[in-house]
Write a protein that binds this ligand. Structure first.
Ligand SMILES: NC(=O)c1ccc[n+]([C@@H]2O[C@H](COP(=O)([O-])OP(=O)(O)OC[C@H]3O[C@@H](n4cnc5c(N)ncnc54)[C@H](O)[C@@H]3O)[C@@H](O)[C@H]2O)c1
Length: 262
């Protein structure tokens, strides 16, 4: 079978892309990456002020921890607008760093924001995409969804997102809907502010874990998401792409400390 080669399969000219957590650090990089790719971008966040000044065609506001309000906001958007071509589920949150800081309240809140709320935010769009016969989603999970690096409730939710994306890929593929996952490693964003407040040197302690010797940037995460959402990845669905400076490729500290100690 021969196929025409698009002049630039990484572009999304004329497509509408909805991005949750648009006001966050990775969210803002996503907004800029998709605008640069020619897309019309709709931002969603829990507070409209967080999205002020971004090059957005429209905004949506909901607290993803409130699954009823989140589903209602998505349904309300769909009642007034065309179905987006792409949805990027990027909003996320964690505070309970280990089991010693976890209780039923924090478990419920982190699983609500990072998993149940993502289902509530995306499910109405997926149904509409399937009805139309075309659509693509990218979920921002985490290396925490692949291996344990702390934050037990958040990690369970991020692992759940991988299963959710695969379910969409398998069950909605015949309807023309693709779903893929990006798992960032540590990125210096406001998500790290509380850790830096507790230990200003925390990033120095993180670096020896990373084979590339540095953290990934919001732009590097956004570029991977842009690829998965674009026509360049038209044949890719159910994939899980780590953008983690090599963290989950293996255990660098084991090699450095056990096999070649200085
Ligand atoms: N920064 C990292 O080290 C890292 C690593 C792996 C994965 N991630 C993931 O990347 C995504 C973006 O995080 P970031 O690093 O840009 O952090 P960030 O704090 O800058 O952005 C998070 C965004 O999610 C939004 N959000 C949080 N709780 C919400 C709620 N209840 N309702 C609606 N929106 C809510 C915030 O308002 C913000 O816009 C998250 O899903 C995060 O889990 C981050």
């Amino acid at each position: 079978m021969t196929q025409d080669l698009s002049p630039d399969p990484f572009r999304l000219d004329g497509q509408t892309v909805l991005i949750t957590g648009a006001g966050g650090a990775i969210g803002q990089a996503l907004v800029k990456a998709f605008v640069a790719a020619g897309a019309r971008v709709i931002g969603a966040d829990r507070d409209a002020n967080q999205m002020a000044g971004l090059p957005l065609a429209d905004t949506l506001v909901f607290d993803q921890g409130d699954t009823g309000a989140t589903r209602a906001a998505a349904a309300d958007y769909l009642a007034r607008h065309h179905v987006p071509d792409v949805v990027i589920a990027n909003a996320g949150f964690t505070r309970a760093e280990h089991f010693g800081e976890l209780d039923t309240t924090s478990w419920d809140r982190e699983v609500a924001i990072n998993l149940s709320g993502v289902y509530a935010a995306t499910d109405p769009f997926i149904a509409a995409m399937a009805k139309r016969g075309q659509g693509s989603l990218v979920f921002i999970s985490s290396v925490n969804g692949l291996m344990h690096f702390g934050n037990p409730a958040y990690s369970a939710a991020k692992a759940g997102l991988i299963a959710y994306a695969k379910a969409i890929a398998v069950e909605r593929g015949r309807d023309g809907v693709r779903a893929n996952v990006v798992c960032p490693g540590s990125v210096r964003t406001p998500a790290w502010d509380h850790r830096l407040a507790a230990n200003p040197n925390v990033l120095d302690v993180v670096l020896p874990h990373y084979p590339l010797g540095r953290l990934v940037t919001p732009v590097e995460v956004a570029n991977a998401v842009r690829y998965l959402a674009s026509p360049a990845a038209a044949g890719v669905t159910g994939a899980v792409l780590a953008v983690d400076a090599g963290l989950t490729a293996g255990n660098l500290r084991f090699v450095d400390e056990v096999l070649r100690p200085t």
